[in-house]
Design a protein around this ligand. Structure first.
Ligand code: NAP
Length: 346
């Protein structure tokens, strides 16, 4: 089965990852790419300052970049991946869904809306059926689904593994790579020899999206998890891969080994982009892992890593890491796209 797909915002940091991940994908065939009016009309190879570590696929290099508007997307595209700035996405994504397109989006607009599925397939695939509620409420033939923010997606799989121990609170401090800000996000003068202790909106995203992702769906609505999440987000001069220090308060007192076993037991799904295991766990013999440079490409960039697990007076502390433009962005959307196909929504 071949599904024709398009990428909205195909020239940016996440858009380029989409192109890399869709090259030779077993189901998806890239048919169209869009970007801003400045790029529209140009061949992709001219419009994109290519920064990914594999060459632009030949068939993509010659695609003409289209405008990002409902009337410019060809009707024979079955699924759209979106990596637009949220200020652009909030206007154009609903227009496209109304026009009948199914959109798997990275952009932060509507992630916490009641009728928009926010999914990590290995954690809450059942939330995808919110599409039925969305179609009823909005009268759309298409659909809009979201993956979480890149820092949230790194931590939530580990919190899901702790839920059986009575997850009460999670405090997290992040060390986030520069690619998370997009190509024009932070300048070298700001970030070299420096750490920026503020990333606009990021803390709030971690604090809200985590609770929706860990929530329960009863067929009509998602009841958010009552875990309290408190985040402090920092930009550091690594290129790719967000590292996070998590302190979780639990009702029970599991040993570090029990926590490691719970994290190790999170299976992947039978979808092309899902890793065999969602979380790779480092034991006490490797206390200095995970590290961005060494571990971000585990599971082709789709695995979360955890390590440094230690018991505390209130529960447990550990470090976790994932690749922010793959598991945290383009790979997350592609995996959601695979779930949409698997469940018959595309
Ligand atoms: P980026 O590098 O700045 O790329 C933005 C893309 O959107 C480019 O293709 C750009 O096209 C296009 N664009 C900009 N203004 C537009 C307009 N007015 N109309 C149509 N297209 C427009 O940003 P990014 O890092 O890829 O992030 C994209 C989205 O993903 C954002 O919403 C971001 O929050 C989210 N996200 C990013 C990450 C990450 O790790 N980077 C992780 C999770 C989520 P031109 O080249 O023509 O300007």
């Amino acid at each position: 089965m071949s599904v024709r797909v398009g990428i909205l915002g195909a020239t940016g940091a996440v858009g380029q990852r989409f192109i890399q991940l869709l090259d030779d994908h077993p189901t998806f065939e890239l048919a169209t790419v869009t970007a801003s009016d400045d790029s529209a009309g140009k061949p992709y190879r001219e419009a994109a300052k290519w920064r990914v570590d594999t060459p632009i696929p030949e068939d993509v290099a010659d695609l003409t970049v289209r405008r990002t508007a409902a009337e410019d997307v060809p009707d024979d595209v079955d699924l759209l991946f979106s990596s637009l700035p949220s200020s652009v996405a909030e206007a154009v994504e609903p227009e496209l869904a109304e026009a009948g397109f199914v959109i798997s989006s990275n952009s932060s607009n509507e992630r916490t809306a009641d009728d928009v599925p926010l999914t990590i397939p290995e954690v809450n695939a059942d939330h995808l059926d919110l599409i039925e509620v969305q179609r009823d409420e909005r009268g759309w033939d298409g659909a809009l689904i979201k993956n979480p923010n890149c820092s949230t997606i790194t931590m939530v799989p580990t919190l899901a593994a702790l839920d059986d121990f009575g997850l009460k609170r999670a405090h997290v401090s992040t060390l986030q790579a520069v690619s998370g800000a997009g190509y024009s996000g932070v300048t070298s003068m700001e970030i070299i020899d420096n750490v920026l202790p503020h990333i606009g909106g990021e803390e709030e995203k971690m604090e809200t999206e985590s609770r929706k992702l860990l929530g329960t769906f009863d067929g009509a609505a998602v009841t958010w998890h009552d875990v309290e999440v408190s985040a402090s987000c920092n930009r550091v001069p690594s290129l790719d891969g967000h590292l996070e220090n998590v302190f979780a308060d639990l009702a029970e007192r599991p040993s570090a080994d029990e926590v490691a076993d719970a994290m190790r037991s999170t299976e992947g799904l039978d979808l092309p982009s899902s890793p065999d295991r969602l979380i790779h766990v480092f034991g006490p013999d490797e206390p200095d892992r995970p590290q961005p440079r060494l571990d971000r490409m585990r599971g082709r960039g789709m695995q979360v890593s955890a390590g440094g697990i230690q018991e505390t007076a209130r529960g447990v502390k550990y470090n976790c890491l994932s690749h922010n433009t793959i598991r945290g962005a383009a790979g997350a959307s592609v995996l959601n796209g695979e779930l949409l196909v698997e469940n018959g929504w595309v």
